[in-house]
Design a protein around this ligand. Structure first.
Ligand code: TRP
Ligand code: SF4
Length: 332
């Protein structure tokens, strides 16, 4: 079986945007690949170095989210980056052969620094982010890495580093030390938040997997709709309404079309329409929430799953590092 690996930074609890994007994709990949999924807590530190407590909190939250949506520790190795020190060793060794210019030209380097101008990101750790990511991937000799568009330049860098490593330290006639990792592009559907902008923790418009049912409704009730529908008697256009965009993900076609007709002729009010959405969303969210509530009562179980995954990841990465040290002729 080919191997898949991906990571998520623990920067907040997961919301339905994650479920409909990356996370849903990860779940499906479990059927076809040997999967490694990890919490990238070192990567979170690259920007959140001054709030380690939230990284600690979100690490366990994220793993609970993963388990409750159906990442299956029987099939996938779920682990914590900072538990596997070999990632750091490989990062150091790769740093010897990686020109600074390769890292400086990765687009996210300048972009994120501009977006987060208030924060000191002129650090070695932040510049080295994609190289650490490279170590994360190749230490498991992963063939495929499911990521969004924004991560493609990182994967490009990973392949460049692998080629340089293999040509510098590989020996003639034998297999390369590392395979070149390929991306599996995750289609990221646009999932609107309650204010109509892209759902994101930083916009404060997200519906979280862990939100209790009444909170989901409290968020949907005042959600932005087609601005033309001011009064109940004003007809609306579902194509201009973020609530309807959510219907597309959750409501079966027939019921959705009925709501759309009602909207166009002002036959239903927005609250009616949102009630339908809420009902349909709950069909997906309530089983997830139930599993999550159970897990939240047994955090030690969650920690055990993580530590079992860490052991597997440790064995794999230790094996790779033996080959790496031998390839670099490190005396041992
Ligand atoms: N950079 C990724 C993100 O922000 C997270 C990540 C860290 C990752 N290491 C990785 C993803 C290795 C895939 C493979 O989403
Ligand atoms: Fe949006 Fe539904 Fe209101 Fe129409 S009825 S504007 S689709 S919330």
């Amino acid at each position: 079986m080919k191997r898949v690996l991906s990571g998520m930074r623990p920067t907040g609890p997961l919301h339905i945007g994650h479920l409909l994007g990356a996370l849903g994709n990860w779940i499906g990949l479990q059927d076809q690949y040997e999967c490694f999924y990890f919490v990238a807590d070192w990567h979170a530190l690259s920007t959140m170095y001054d709030e380690p407590e939230s990284i600690e909190e979100f690490t366990i939250e994220i793993v609970m989210d993963w388990l409750s949506v159906g990442l299956d520790p029987e099939r996938s190795t779920l682990f914590l980056q900072s538990a596997i020190l070999e990632h750091a060793e490989l990062f150091v060794l790769l740093s010897m052969i990686t020109p600074l210019s390769w890292l400086e030209r990765v687009p996210s380097y300048k972009e994120v620094r501009q977006q987060m101008a208030h924060k000191e990101l002129g650090t070695l750790g932040f510049l080295g982010y994609p190289l650490l990511q490279t170590a994360d991937i190749i230490i498991y000799r992963a063939n495929f890495v499911p990521v969004g568009m924004d991560q493609l330049p990182h994967l490009e860098l990973s392949r460049e580093v692998v080629r340089r490593f293999n040509s510098m330290y590989g020996s003639e006639g034998s297999d390369p030390v590392f395979p070149e990792p390929m991306h599996l592009l995750t289609e990221a559907p646009k999932v609107p938040g309650t204010d109509g902008r892209k759902m994101s923790k930083s916009y404060n418009n997200a519906i979280y997997l862990k939100d209790p049912s009444d909170e989901v409704w409290e968020k949907l009730r005042p959600m932005v709709t087609d601005p033309a529908r001011i009064k109940r008697t004003d007809p609306g256009d579902p194509d201009k309404c973020p609530v309807f965009e959510l219907h597309v993900f959750f409501t079966p076609e027939e019921r959705r079309e009925e709501a759309a007709r009602g909207c166009r002729i002002a036959g239903i009010g927005c609250i009616d329409c949102k009630k339908i959405l809420f009902e349909e969303m709950e069909k997906t969210l309530s089983p997830i929430r139930e599993r999550r509530n159970k897990l939240a009562k047994h955090p030690d179980k969650v920690r055990q799953i993580l530590s079992d995954g860490n052991k597997k990841a440790q064995t794999e990465s230790a094996r790779t590092m033996k080959d790496v040290r031998r390839a670099i002729r490190l005396y041992q």
